[in-house]
Structure formats: structure tokens, C-alpha cells
Design a protein around this ligand. Structure first.
Ligand code: HEM
Length: 393
């Protein structure tokens, strides 16, 4: 019997065999154990993203349900979603993202320079968890002196209990972070600058009825918190997933060292091969007939991104990592209304992270005995990844 349990630890280690069975045997799968439906074929996942009026986000986008009711974009439907997305989009203009390139390179270089000369280092703790948070801090204008505190709070925030639940300590950290953002906003109101926070404060936003208004401090705090959540763990887990690919396929790593111009496409392939966000949760707003069955109204449905990107109907030999693969209509960043707002920034960070990594460490391998995994139903990634590097860089 086919059983898919995203909370099962063996499945978390390697979900791809069960994804294949889902696509072939039960493309509209119902889990009695956890009471959810799952769509796993590429075309169905894309269609789900493109029909947000049937697949709503407003009941939360995780199976655990801890995000239900949060004031974040990702769990909103229109008209609220449209209003706040318009606000958030201002932070990601191509000009702003390009302006961050030098900062991303300098930060990635500095973090990696700190480990040059050692035999090994932990990619997660010493590199991938630090880079994206510094980038978000720079984007929104968090002063350098406060960044270490942001790191400590975010580390506590990302921590999950054995069963994937949010611990008391993580809750307290999120309250502290909210407090810190409110203080920053109050300070920025007194001394505006040329950063995203000041921009959000001073630019009126149009309401659905055509009137305009400024955001209040509560809304501003939430937009900043949202970025700290959405832009941190995804990039932090994607880098190690990509490093694993380059350890498994050393000849492709050598190609990237010889020709860094291949790195942008390699990043696209990393996002396809093992994306950090494995499903997007939805809620059916009516009965949905699909593949000979009916998903009833008011059901939890998950669009399994991790299965869609390995669908052989879309990508030949999907289990093979191939930096030359042509990838169109990428679904690792979602699609349609909730398409990842930070995708251009994430791509920039990933490209530069791998350029700087391979420049310093053209040759590396994993110490498999030290690898540990994160157990969270929709985030797939590593908690530790010790990388053994050649001493002369
Ligand atoms: C490898 C890195 C990343 C991946 C794989 C990723 C993936 C995703 C996915 C799949 C969604 C859609 C969720 C849904 O449909 O329910 C999403 C939404 C979002 N992402 Fe990302 N993300 C990444 C990095 C970032 C970064 C760096 C930021 C910002 C700094 C960011 C900000 C957001 C926001 C604000 C949304 C909500 C958009 C909306 O609901 O309208 N993400 N992301």
C-alpha cells in the first residue's frame, strides 16, 4: 500500500522514491493518517498555484498549521494579499537587488576567508546561516551593531522540537525580534535614511477602493519580520543542498571551477534537484474533481514542489544533477500570485555564494559522519554539513 508521511524521518532523508510512486500511482493522494491531499505532478502543482481562488492560502501553508492566522503575505488571499504584496514588492526592485551584489560578495568572501587554512568547516553554521541574514539586515537597514543579536535570535527562532513543533524558546525569540524591529522603526522615524525601512514609512500605498494611506508601525514591523522568516532559512538550507550536489558530482564541480559562467544555470539546477521548500500548503474552497477522484471542499491540500521538480513528465532523468539542463517555468520559488518575492535576491546570493566558495575551495568533500538533518515537514535541508577542504585552498 502506498503511504506518504511527510513527518516520517526516513521519508525526510530521501522522499524522492515515494514522490515517484505518488506521481505514478496516486497523483491526487489522500493521507488518512494526517488528513490531507497531495498533488505531486509538475502540471498539477503549477495548475494549483495558478488557481488561488480554489487553492486558498488563508488557512496557512504548512501541515503543522502553526502559521494559520499569522499576519504574513504568504498566508493571505486578496484583497489583503494584493495590498501588502504591492508594499513588499517595493523592496525588491531590480535596482535595489543589484545594489546588494557588492555587499553579498563582500560578506560571502569575509565569512569564507575566516575558514581558509582550516581542514574543515561547517557549511551551515559558518556560512549558509550567516550570509542571508546579513543580506536581509543590509536590505532593510538594520545597524551593523545589532546584527549579531539578530543572528542569535534567528538561531533560536529556527529551532524546532523533536516533532517539528515550535519551542517556547523560539516563541520568546520571535517576541524579542518583534520588539527589536519596533524599536528600530521608532528610531528610523526620528532619523530617516536611504533604506527600505525609511522608504516603506514614507511611501503611501493604494487601498482596493483607490484611496491611499501610509503603513502603521505594526504593519511595518510585520513586513520586516516576514523577510527575516522568508529570506533566511530558505537560502540557508539551499546552499548546503547545492554543496551536497557538487560533492556527489565532482566532475561538474570541476567544470564550474574552470568556467564560473556556468554557475547561474547550476544554481537553477540545484533549486530543481533538491529545493529547500518541499511543499506549499493550500485549502480547497470547493470540491475539486481531479484524476478520477474528488478533493472535497475545505480540505488541506499540499502542492509538493519537491515532487514536481522531479517529475519525469517534465524533466528527463530527474534524479540526475546536470548543470547544463535547460530549466523553464521553475516551480522551486512557487508560481503565480504567491511567487517568491525574494527570488531575484535569492538567485544573486546563491550565485555569489558558489562563486566565492569555489574560488577558495575548488576541491572539497563531506565528512558524512557529521551530517545532521532538519526535521520539519516542508523544509528539507541540513542542520550541519562538515566540509573537508584541501588546506592550500
Ligand atoms: C532559495 C531561496 C528561496 C526559496 C526556495 C523560496 C521559495 C519560496 C516559495 C516556494 C514561495 C511561495 C510560497 C507559496 O506559494 O505558498 C515563496 C514566497 C515568498 N518568499 Fe521566498 N524563497 C527563497 C528566498 C527568499 C528570500 C531571500 C526572500 C526575501 C528576502 C523571500 C521572500 C518571500 C516572500 C515575502 C514570499 C511571499 C510571497 C507572497 O505570498 O506573495 N524568499 N518563497
Amino acid at each position: 500500500m502506498l503511504e506518504y508521511d511527510p513527518f516520517d524521518r526516513l521519508t525526510a532523508h530521501n522522499p524522492f522514491p515515494v514522490y515517484q510512486r505518488l506521481r505514478d500511482e496516486a497523483p491526487a493522494y489522500y493521507s488518512e493518517k494526517h488528513d490531507f491531499w497531495a498533488l505531486s505532478r509538475y502540471e498539477d502543482v503549477v495548475a494549483g498555484h495558478l488557481a488561488p481562488e480554489i487553492y486558498s492560502s488563508a488557512q496557512g501553508v504548512t501541515l503543522e498549521g502553526q502559521d494559520r492566522g499569522l499576519p504574513f503575505l504568504i498566508v493571505k488571499d486578496p484583497p489583503e494579499h494584493s495590498f501588502h504584496r504591492k508594499v513588499a514588492m517595493r523592496m525588491f526592485t531590480p535596482r535595489r537587488v543589484n545594489q546588494l551584489a557588492a555587499f553579498v560578495r563582500e560578506t560571502a568572501g569575509r565569512l569564507l576567508d575566516e575558514v581558509v587554512g582550516r581542514d574543515s568547516f561547517d557549511v551551515v553554521h559558518e556560512f549558509s546561516f550567516r550570509l542571508p541574514l546579513d543580506v536581509i539586515s543590509e536590505l532593510v537597514g538594520i545597524p551593523v551593531a545589532l546584527r549579531e543579536r539578530v543572528h542569535l535570535l534567528s538561531d533560536r527562532l529556527a529551532h524546532r522540537g523533536e516533532d517539528g513543533s515550535i519551542s517556547e524558546d523560539a516563541r520568546n525569540a520571535s517576541i524579542e525580534l518583534l520588539g527589536m524591529f519596533s524599536e528600530l522603526i521608532a528610531e528610523r522615524r526620528r532619523n530617516p535614511g536611504d533604506d527600505v525601512m525609511s522608504l516603506l514609512m514614507t511611501t503611501p500605498v493604494e487601498e482596493p477602493d483607490g484611496s491611499t494611506r501610509l503603513l502603521d508601525d505594526g504593519e511595518l514591523t510585520l513586513r520586516l519580520m516576514e523577510l527575516a522568516f522568508a529570506g533566511h532559512e530558505t537560502v540557508a538550507r539551499m546552499i548546503p543542498n547545492g554543496v551536497v550536489a557538487l560533492c556527489w558530482y565532482p566532475e561538474q564541480r570541476r567544470e564550474l571551477v574552470a568556467d564560473p559562467g556556468l554557475i547561474p544555470n547550476a544554481v537553477e539546477e540545484m533549486l530543481r534537484w533538491d529545493p529547500p521548500s518541499h511543499y506549499q500548503g493550500r485549502w480547497s474552497t470547493r470540491d475539486i474533481p481531479l484524476h478520477g477522484t474528488v478533493i472535497p471542499k475545505d480540505s488541506r491540500v499540499i502542492l509538493i514542489t519537491g515532487a514536481a521538480v522531479h517529475d519525469e513528465r517534465k524533466y528527463p532523468d530527474p534524479e540526475v544533477f546536470d548543470i547544463h539542463r535547460e530549466i523553464d517555468r521553475h516551480v522551486a520559488f512557487g508560481f503565480g500570485r504567491h511567487l517568491c518575492l525574494g527570488a531575484p535576491l535569492a538567485r544573486l546570493e546563491l550565485r555569489i555564494a558558489f562563486e566565492e566558495l569555489l574560488k577558495r575551495f575548488p576541491d572539497f568533500g563531506m565528512d558524512e559522519s557529521g551530517i545532521t538533518r532538519v526535521y520539519n515537514s516542508n523544509v528539507r535541508g541540513l542542520a550541519t554539513l562538515p566540509l573537508v577542504v584541501a588546506k592550500d585552498g
